[in-house]
Design a protein around this ligand. Structure first.
Ligand SMILES: Nc1ncnc2c1ncn2[C@@H]1O[C@H](COP(=O)(O)OP(=O)(O)OP(=O)(O)O)[C@@H](O)[C@H]1O
Length: 293
């Protein structure tokens, strides 16, 4: 996968004083589903804002190193130009909704770009279909559920056809079903529409089935990055992170210790069930043989 976002020894401090990111070197491959995690204040939001150019263009501050998005240095482009490539949905996505109806909301950024009415209409339909809001065009935004409003915020961003979608704690206000639906949607956009997804999530169980890359931030620096299994193993070795492991991995590590044998890098429950049933069958076989010997 070609790199789409490349941080080279990138640092950022708000107002030149509060060091939020420190010497970050990271590649986000095109088409990846990259999950940023870490404790509060570790720099996750700032990393998202940097990819969209909002740090430093909107939140002023001092920058060190470089950050390339599709080969373009974010310092040398305005936020509006970067928005052609990067769509961002903030944690407070409600603040991104500025019109009365669903249709108006998705059309808003296209109208600002001076798109022709026929093109706007086509893209509104396309974006609403992508998030499952077709048929809701005339509905008032205030009448939508929280989950629908969030999907609308995503549709408004997708209408500009970005190649990278950045979401900061997208599921934090959703109930477990809403969160599961959101991640299923994001995974489909990632796989079917080849959208590169970068998102912040504390609850790693929610994203474990989808993450192709996991980045653990610690006080503004990268503590670990790479395939989910690599980063989860790193977390398992540290007392302060063990609690943040998905339950599936807590079980896996316990079983590995108990059984004295490694299991696969479980991402979904059915993988765990398959291996555990096989393990139990083998264990039963061994004890049966021992009894008959
Ligand atoms: N607008 C701002 N002005 C000044 N300092 C800020 C600003 N936003 C964040 N910071 C500081 O930058 C550091 C990183 O904050 P950031 O919000 O990126 O972390 P985070 O990992 O997203 O935190 P959380 O999980 O609590 O949202 C923190 O020390 C924070 O206090």
């Amino acid at each position: 996968m070609n790199p789409v976002v490349t941080f080279n020894a990138f640092s950022f401090s708000y107002g030149g004083k509060i060091q939020a990111l420190n010497n970050i070197s990271l590649t986000v491959p095109a088409g990846s589903f990259t999950v940023i995690t870490g404790d509060g204040g570790s720099g996750k939001t700032t990393l998202c804002l940097a990819i969209a150019g909002l740090a430093p263009h909107y939140f002023g501050g001092a920058v060190g190193g470089s950050l390339l998005v599709n080969g373009v240095n974010t310092l040398q482009r305005q936020v509006a130009e970067l928005a052609e490539t990067v769509g961002i949905v903030l944690e407070d996505y409600e603040s991104q909704l500025v019109t009365m109806t669903v249709e108006e909301e998705v059309a808003f950024s296209l109208e600002n770009r001076g798109a022709a009415p026929a093109e706007i209409s086509r893209r509104v339909q396309e974006a609403l279909a992508m998030v499952g809001l077709t048929g809701q065009e005339r509905k008032e935004i205030a009448a939508l559920s929280g989950g629908q409003r969030q999907r609308l915020a995503i549709a408004a961003v997708l209408a500009t056809r970005p190649s990278i979608l950045v979401l900061d704690e997208a599921a934090s206000a959703l109930d477990p079903e809403g969160a599961a639906e959101l991640y299923t949607l994001l995974s489909e956009l990632n796989r079917q529409n080849h959208l590169t997804v970068v998102l912040v999530e504390h609850d790693l169980a929610k994203v474990l089935p989808y993450a192709t890359q996991l980045v653990l931030l610690q006080e503004g620096s990268i503590a670990a990055a790479g395939p989910a299994a690599k980063v989860l193993r790193h977390m398992a070795c540290q007392d302060s992170y063990r609690e943040g492991l998905p339950a599936l991995w807590t079980l896996k590590l316990y079983m590995e210790q108990t059984a004295g044998q490694p299991f696969g890098d479980w991402r979904q429950e059915d993988e765990a069930i398959f291996e555990l049933v096989r393990y139990m069958t083998q264990a039963n076989e061994v004890s049966k043989n021992a009894r008959t010997a």
